[in-house]
Write a protein that binds this ligand. Structure first.
Ligand SMILES: Cc1cc2nc3c(=O)[nH]c(=O)nc-3n(C[C@H](O)[C@H](O)[C@H](O)COP(=O)(O)OP(=O)(O)OC[C@H]3O[C@@H](n4cnc5c(N)ncnc54)[C@H](O)[C@@H]3O)c2cc1C
Ligand SMILES: NC(=O)c1ccc[n+]([C@@H]2O[C@H](COP(=O)([O-])OP(=O)(O)OC[C@H]3O[C@@H](n4cnc5c(N)ncnc54)[C@H](O)[C@@H]3O)[C@@H](O)[C@H]2O)c1
Length: 470
């Protein structure tokens, strides 16, 4: 049985654990799927590479209002798809070859599960024999997978998930989406912009239900201009269309109204679940919580000696920047067991790359209220700034929430163009403890840049007593 100093399971964020400082360690890297994991192959990167052309394809409607008449002549899906995967597949393969060529790293391209305390069984695959390896330390970085909800008939129809839909041969004429979360929001924008008739069925009163309510409501209204969105509606049954292809969704709204939705294609986007269950962790002493996630402490240690976990397998956030941060923490703690550092999950931001974009960090107004905080809100429209006038913007806003007495920023919520970038100074301010008034007044804001909407939202908060308006 081969023994290693370190075994990393999962080549997504787990791949970055392997460090030149470990050159004298023997390392096993185990990957049961495509090298590089979710973000690279089926997640953040290909979705955003679709979103950018989708933004371009949507631009004629915006341009028209400004006096510029553009025609969308064609969307060449095969060219878009092949540009994306021509790049990504090459990066995945090059990364795989580079990692496999390291003299101290053995890459096992096999599915794995534990059969003992520090014993990992690698399943036979494509001529690779089954074998068992042991290691002193394990990093569990096996990520998550799409949840397939127990909807009647779903197992009898053809459906796509985010793992498959980006490689289809051609966009469908119509697409039904179950789920009003991040994936539903982003891929609905992509397909609708490319000419597909999209219908989203969301069981919640708005899309993006974990967002600040004002943002979620505005987002639902705006995306609803190009996509049909059925909110507070559940899918009760699914069946194949009468012609033998496509799907029919039987839905019921909160008021009891029943509606059948027919579409050429179905996308299931109802969340992702940790892959911890695939690792049979019972024999290791690693604990798994009620949601199926590996339980970790502040050092990303997973309970049993020598075990660490990072990313979607253990994180409630399921975001790549969180997985990357945790990977850096785990790498440090493996190398410095006597001087471990804690992961910082205080101000985890997120962005949704849809139409419009949404970005946020910190508390929603609802959470601030529930926590009984004495807070103030500053909201400003993009349309109230010079750049907003240039864009003719009437729809989007920035909302900041601060503790009334101290000016400490509690949260920021943006819905509109470039929200994913505009939010960054607010993340920075919260992370470094800079008060709202100081962020606004303590630096120049370029005029007349779009970022002035952030400055204006901060200035809409009450100024702390004694502060100078300069
Ligand atoms: C469509 C989509 C879009 C997204 N967009 C964004 C975004 O814009 N921004 C953002 O921050 N996040 C985004 N995410 C989330 C982000 O992709 C994940 O949070 C991140 O990739 C998780 O990284 P990870 O290293 O934890 O897991 P992964 O990258 O999933 O790596 C886990 C690896 O482990 C392997 N594995 C699993 N089980 C086993 C086993 N038993 N044996 C061997 N190998 C195994 C898997 O094959 C996989 O390669 C998106 C996700 C999706 C699905
Ligand atoms: N831009 C980004 O950062 C980005 C983009 C895509 C995905 N992601 C990550 O991937 C994760 C998964 O994305 P997602 O959109 O699948 O999940 P999600 O959790 O964002 O949304 C899932 C939605 O499906 C709904 N749902 C759950 N079960 C349902 C059922 N049985 N019937 C109808 N609706 C149901 C939920 O109410 C929720 O609104 C996200 O949570 C996020 O962490 C991030």
């Amino acid at each position: 049985m081969r023994h290693f100093d370190l075994c990393v399971i999962g080549s997504g964020s787990g791949n970055s654990i392997v460090d030149p400082a470990m050159d004298d360690w023997s390392v096993a890297l185990v990957e049961g799927g495509t090298f590089g994991g979710t973000c690279l192959n089926v997640g953040c990167i290909p979705t955003k590479m679709y979103v950018y052309p989708a933004d371009l394809a949507s631009s004629p409607a915006q341009a028209k209002a400004l006096g510029v008449d553009l025609d969308l002549v064609d969307v060449r899906w095969p060219d878009i798809r092949d540009r994306i995967f021509g790049r990504i597949d090459h990066i995945s393969e090059a990364g795989r070859e580079w990692r496999a060529s390291a003299s101290n790293v053995t890459l096992f391209e096999q599915q794995a599960h534990f059969v003992g305390d520090h014993e990992l069984r690698l399943e036979a695959r494509d001529g690779r024999p089954a074998q068992t390896i042991t290691a002193d330390r394990f990093v569990l970085a096996a990520g998550s997978r799409p949840v397939i909800p127990p909807i009647e008939g779903l197992d009898t129809v053809a459906y796509e998930t985010s793992s498959t839909i980006m490689r289809i041969p051609a966009p469908p004429r119509s697409l039904a989406v179950i789920g009003g979360g991040y994936i539903g929001a982003e891929l609905a924008h992509v397909f609708a912009s490319f000419g597909t008739k999209v219908t989203i069925v969301a069981r919640t009163p708005t899309m993006l239900p974990r967002s600040d309510r004002q943002v979620a409501e505005r987002f639902t209204e705006l995306l609803g201009r190009k996509v049909e969105i059925l909110t507070t509606t559940t899918v009760e049954r699914v069946r194949t269309g009468s012609s033998g292809s496509g799907v029919v969704l039987s839905t019921r709204s909160a008021t009891g109204a029943e509606l059948e939705i027919e579409a050429d294609m179905l996308l299931v986007a109802t969340g992702r679940v940790s892959n911890a269950d695939t690792l049979a962790l019972a024999s290791t002493g690693v604990e798994v919580d009620a949601d199926g996630r590996v339980v970790v402490d502040e050092h990303q240690q997973a309970g049993a000696p020598g075990f660490f976990a990072l990313g979607d397998i253990s994180s409630e956030y399921q975001l790549k920047h969180v997985a990357n941060h945790e990977a850096r923490v785990v790498r440090h703690n493996l190398l410095h067991p006597d001087a471990m550092v804690a992961a910082d999950h205080r101000y985890v931001p997120h962005a949704v790359f849809s139409d419009p974009q949404v970005a946020a960090v910190g508390l929603t107004e609802e959470a601030a209220r529930e926590q009984g905080l004495d807070y103030a809100v500053g909201i400003r429209d993009y349309g109230g700034t010079a750049y907003g006038w240039a864009m003719g913007d009437e729809d989007h806003f920035v909302k900041v929430i601060a503790e009334r007495t101290t000016g400490r920023l509690l949260g920021a919520h943006l819905v509109g163009p470039q929200a994913s970038s505009l939010v960054q100074p607010l993340i920075q301010a919260m992370s470094f403890g800079i008060r709202a008034h100081d962020v606004a007044r303590g630096q120049y804001w370029i005029h007349p840049a779009m970022s002035e909407v952030v400055e204006n939202a901060l200035l809409a908060l009450p100024a702390p007593e004694g502060s100078l308006d300069v």
